[in-house]
Design a protein around this ligand. Structure first.
Ligand SMILES: C[S@@+](CC[C@H](N)C(=O)[O-])C[C@H]1O[C@@H](n2cnc3c(N)ncnc32)[C@H](O)[C@@H]1O
Length: 319
């Protein structure tokens, strides 16, 4: 614990780390990513099941938010008329980050580390009625969960345009170079919220851990950048706090890839794929504070009403 605390204090400063740690120890918050139900129907159904908290619909993000102090959301429910579940519980920061990829109807999209598939559902919705979605995850057990999520949430027509693969992310450079309009690389990471809740894991923590993780992340991110078509856009994301797994991974992958093709890190309004006006306003209305880092941004729960932690950075393979 001491080594971990000391490393976080170096990143955030003592006072901020105390507040952030306290927020990370509270239960994770989820919004309802609307699937087979609309906001009004979901609110009615929840009231019938005794969930009285007032809900706010965030239309740009296709989700519904309950107040921070509301009880846990009722479990997703299978709608007998459609055969699909009504909503998927997901951190609002995750919805925002997947939406920031700016997927448009008809595009070819890769989610390179997709399971269990919360962000994939955001991408599938943005893709609409045309286009192709490739969902990859190296873990067989997590891939099985991902396939169940697709069965529970995606209409057959959409599922037919979705392919599930089990490759190592780093392999996409040789497997599918220059193929995708958009890539989401929501990579495996230290997961500080989970780490803080696990005393024995925390005792075993050493500074080597984020460094080892970073090596794997650079490989997956580089694979994703190779897999982009020239002009394509990638979002790199983690739920880790350390810059070693965030900005520094982006910088290392960009250095590596620039030996082969031009890559830009997009910042400011360019990082929002033309959606800045609506998404940033919607995020602010739900108390999300986007904190800028060297090349990306973070949503941290102490300053964002319990949402996060999530880091993301937007990159483009230039023509
Ligand atoms: C942060 S989770 C992804 C969460 C997912 N995007 C979502 O929103 O539900 C990271 C995933 O990466 C997978 N993974 C780990 N190493 C990988 C690799 N080398 N290539 C591809 N996927 C990998 C893990 O099995 C895990 O499911």
């Amino acid at each position: 614990m001491k080594a971990y605390d000391a490393s976080m204090q170096r990143v955030f400063g003592g006072g901020r780390w105390r507040e952030l740690k306290e927020a990370l120890l509270r239960p994770a918050r989820a919004c309802a990513l609307l699937q087979s139900a609309d906001a009004i129907t979901l609110e009615q159904k929840w009231r019938e099941r005794g969930f009285e908290a007032p809900l706010v619909a965030l239309e740009d993000l296709g989700c519904v938010v309950a107040p921070e102090d509301a009880p846990r959301l009722p479990k997703p429910h299978k709608d007998l008329s459609t055969g699909f579940k009504d909503y998927y519980p997901l951190d609002l920061a995750s919805v925002l980050c997947a939406s920031a990829l700016g997927v448009r109807t008809g595009e070819t999209v890769l989610d390179i580390a997709a399971a269990p598939g919360g962000k994939s559902l955001v991408l599938a919705k943005a893709l609409g009625s045309r286009g192709r979605l490739v969902l990859n995850d190296v873990s067989p057990s997590r891939r099985a969960r991902l396939k169940q999520v697709l069965i529970d949430y995606l209409p057959t027509q959409k599922r037919q345009r979705t392919q599930v693969l089990g490759q190592k992310g780093a392999a996409f450079g040789s497997l599918m170079a220059n193929t995708f309009d958009r890539v989401l690389a929501d990579v495996p990471c230290s997961g500080d919220r989970h780490l803080l809740a696990n005393a024995s894991e925390l005792e075993r923590w050493t500074p080597r851990r984020p460094k080892l993780m970073a090596g794997r992340q650079v490989g997956i991110l580089s694979g994703g950048l190779h897999a982009l078509k020239p002009g394509g856009v990638l979002v790199y994301a983690t739920c880790a706090l350390s810059p070693l797994e965030n900005d520094e991974v982006v910088n290392a992958a960009v250095r590596r890839c620039r030996r082969k093709f031009p890559v830009s890190v997009l910042s400011g309004e360019h990082a929002w794929q033309g959606l800045e006006g609506s998404l940033v306003k919607t995020a602010a209305s739900a108390d999300v504070e986007l904190e800028e880092t060297e090349v990306g941004q973070m949503v941290l729960p102490d300053r964002s009403a319990g949402w996060g932690p999530l880091y993301w950075c937007v990159l483009r393979k230039d023509i």
